[in-house]
Design a protein around this ligand. Structure first.
Ligand SMILES: Cc1cc2nc3c(=O)[nH]c(=O)nc-3n(C[C@H](O)[C@H](O)[C@H](O)COP(=O)(O)OP(=O)(O)OC[C@H]3O[C@@H](n4cnc5c(N)ncnc54)[C@H](O)[C@@H]3O)c2cc1C
Length: 394
């Protein structure tokens, strides 16, 4: 049985909107809503970007699509997300991010043939018309090396549409949008009144009323929803969990200047920014806190050595202090994000569960939530739209 579902919010003309979380999800949504002429207040427990923001030490991050030969949901969503991000970022100053392209290397050389097959199958699929070669194509070691500007040991897939982005600069620019105000407050609960929503902060302080509240606070969304007594048994957020990890910044000069494009495979290396190449990211599955540790740094250095075919890199960097950034990923078991209204709670929305793809999904999620809040029709293909809803419909 398919449950009946109304996409629109309770009001199509909200006047007071609160967004919880000043990360990629929250600030992108805030800007999208502000560009629609709405006043948006964004609450963050850590601080505003540029002033103790969660991503302040995150030098560069990459946006790269994924592909599968069966065009699964994740592949389709990844393409929609990358296209939405690219369209949105065009308006932002170019020093915030740039289209650098990405070479994806197979994790084992023996799997290079699999990549070629994926591309061949996509070329033959009518639904994937136009994907090859503009979206993705297979490249041999020589072409991959030419694109990367350094000798790679093998070929792989090439995605021309991949971006390298400076998170701190991006988030600062989003926060400086007219009609967006970032407030340093931790949200403990959301409370429904007869016609509005209230936020409860620490020490039981209460906010003014809001027509619409969007929980875009990563892992914290699960806690806020649970603490508010609003976690329904069918909500996909129930199964969301955190995976900590770290990236390491390597001096580009030690990498022969670094690659000109993103090079991914087992991890990734991004082109140099301020003389440093970001390499990442580790998956610390059992970590209780997110922090940079010597073991993680070593793992990232080894990854860069492998990806860039520079076996002597660990030796070159030995004893050198290396900076980095550590954070959390909010992950769902099927790796699909959670975007949409909380069923039965009019005016309450979710945009979270972005895992390792915050840059791929934040603009798509912002557009989707903004459309719903403004009472506009859903623009995503029905099956994809249903797959990311907070409620699991069977
Ligand atoms: C090591 C590592 C490397 C990564 N590299 C990449 C990459 O290259 N490309 C990419 O796309 N993604 C990358 N990611 C994933 C990316 O960081 C996430 O997908 C992204 O941060 C999710 O954005 P978000 O806004 O949903 O959550 P967050 O960025 O986590 O932001 C959530 C915000 O909510 C705030 N908050 C939490 N709880 C509350 C509360 N109760 N009240 C108020 N505020 C609250 C937090 O302070 C935070 O500022 C990486 C992640 C890690 C760990």
């Amino acid at each position: 049985m398919v449950a009946k579902f109304t996409y629109c919010s309770k009001t199509t003309h909200p006047s007071r909107i609160a967004v919880v979380g000043a990360g990629f999800a929250g600030l992108t949504l805030a800007r999208v809503l502000a560009l629609e002429g709405l006043q948006v207040e964004v609450f963050d427990s850590v601080g505003a970007p540029g002033q103790r923001g969660v991503h302040d030490a995150h030098l560069t991050a990459g946006m790269m699509p994924t592909v599968s030969s069966d065009l699964n949901f994740s592949t389709q969503l990844s393409r929609l997300g990358c296209q939405a991000s690219e369209a949105f970022w065009q308006d932002l100053p170019s020093e915030i991010g740039w289209r650098c392209g990405a070479i994806q290397l197979p994790r084992q050389t023996s799997r290079q043939a699999d990549f070629k097959q994926v591309v061949a199958r996509l070329s033959a699929l009518p639904q994937a018309k136009g994907w090859v070669p503009h979206w993705v194509r297979s490249v041999d070691a020589d072409e991959a090396s030419e694109i990367a500007g350094m000798a790679l040991s093998q070929g792989g897939l090439y995605f021309p549409c991949a971006w390298s982005v400076r998170p701190r600069a991006l988030l600062q620019a989003l926060a400086h949008t007219d009609s967006v105000t970032v407030i340093n407050q931790k949200v403990m609960k959301v409370i429904a009144t007869k016609s509005d929503w209230l936020l409860e902060f620490e020490a039981s302080l209460m906010s003014d009323p809001y027509d619409v509240v969007v929980l875009a606070n990563g892992l914290g969304a699960k806690t806020v929803l649970s603490e508010s007594g609003l976690m329904a048994s069918q909500n996909r957020l129930r199964n969301m969990y955190g995976i900590a990890g770290e990236v390491t910044h390597l001096p580009a000069e030690k990498l022969g200047g670094g690659p000109q494009c993103m090079v991914a495979g087992e991890g990734y290396v991004l082109p140099a920014s301020d003389g440093l190449c970001t390499v990442g990211g580790t998956y610390a599955l059992t970590a209780l806190s997110a922090q940079c540790e010597p073991g993680g740094v070593q793992m990232n250095v080894n990854r860069a050595a492998e990806l860039l075919n520079q076996p002597d890199l660990p030796q070159k960097l030995s004893g050198m202090p290396l900076s980095g950034w550590a954070g959390w990923r909010a992950v769902l078991p099927n790796r699909m994000p959670v975007i949409g209204p909380v069923d039965g709670q009019k005016g309450l929305w979710l945009a979270t569960g972005f895992g390792s793809k915050g840059l791929t999904w934040s603009v798509l999620a912002a557009n989707q939530v903004a459309n719903g809040v403004l009472g506009r029709p859903n623009f995503m293909p029905e099956r994809l739209f249903m797959a990311v809803l907070p409620t699991l419909f069977k």
